[in-house]
Design a protein around this ligand. Structure first.
Ligand code: SF4
Length: 268
């Protein structure tokens, strides 16, 4: 969606990153690692490790703050009563599905997504996605983002095993981005049938475009290049953008990536 050339370099050529995305590199890398570690702590908690134990691993100022915020958030959501659920059976009974991977055919391809947490309770199904951004992106931007569209649409297409063998109605679905640094201000996105139709049509069209593409032009929007790792391939600048200056959306865009190692584990 952002740049056909970046898609080719990253997903078809699988080139490693020749340029740092932002300055200062080390600080950004540390933040990214803390974000990944924080996801792991939540996942461990949701599969049965008590909060007191997890708290010991939250051993940097950011992790401590995020973990505390997460605990308060769990209290607010009402799933405190079932967290941590020690067994898979226990989690199913409570409708909690941490780190769920769903996939469905999409044209000639297969669409796959890994969810931080899906909660099926009282006829509703909520997708939770944890974010450790330093700035809170705008809701309008998040609404239009592919992740928001893909995660909800795919849950309709591939969530039957979470719903007693029936398809979820789009109207049952809501996606919530919870921001570890802005715990009081989650972004909520309900869903409906018209949105689902629109999203799935878009995804089908995109998958056709990807399948039949023969050229991968550089984006005309030079802003997209500022934080792109492939700047040197495209002769679009050497120095990375400064994260302090980055808009919230730009940071969010660049930190979102696909881990091919994880995808490799999925049997098609
Ligand atoms: S540097 Fe710009 S043109 Fe090149 S891949 Fe990145 S976004 Fe696309």
């Amino acid at each position: 969606m952002d740049c056909a050339r970046r898609f080719k370099l990253r997903y078809l050529d699988r080139l490693s990153y020749p340029a740092a995305e932002t300055e200062p590199t080390l600080e950004n890398e540390k933040h990214q690692q803390e974000g990944e570690y924080f996801h792991r702590l939540i996942q461990q908690h949701l599969v049965g490790i008590p909060a007191e134990q997890i708290a010991k691993f939250a051993n940097t100022p950011n992790l401590q703050k995020w973990w505390e915020n997460f605990q308060n958030f769990v209290d607010l959501t009402g799933f405190r009563a079932v967290v941590p659920a020690q067994t898979e059976e226990g989690r199913k009974l409570s409708g909690l599905y941490p780190e769920a991977t769903l996939s469905a055919p999409l044209g000639k391809h297969r669409l796959l997504a890994k969810y931080d947490l899906i909660v099926v309770q009282d006829g509703k199904v909520i997708i939770y996605d944890w974010k450790t951004y330093r700035k809170r992106p705008r809701n309008e931007w998040l609404a239009a983002r592919m992740q928001t569209r893909v995660y909800r649409a795919l849950l309709v297409q591939a969530g039957t095993h979470l719903n007693g063998g029936k398809l979820f109605e789009p109207e049952q679905i809501e996606m919530i981005y919870w921001f570890a640094d802005f715990p009081e201000d989650p972004a909520r996105f309900p869903y409906n049938s018209a949105q689902f139709q629109r999203d799935w049509d878009t995804l089908l069209k995109l998958s056709d475009e990807v399948a039949s593409a023969s050229s991968y032009p550089l984006t005309e929007d030079l802003q997209k290049c500022l934080f792109c790792t492939y700047r040197s391939y495209c002769e679009r600048g050497i120095r990375a953008g400064d994260m302090e200056q980055a808009e919230a959306e730009r940071e969010a865009e660049e930190l979102f990536d696909v881990n091919f190692e994880q995808i490799g584990e999925i049997a098609f």
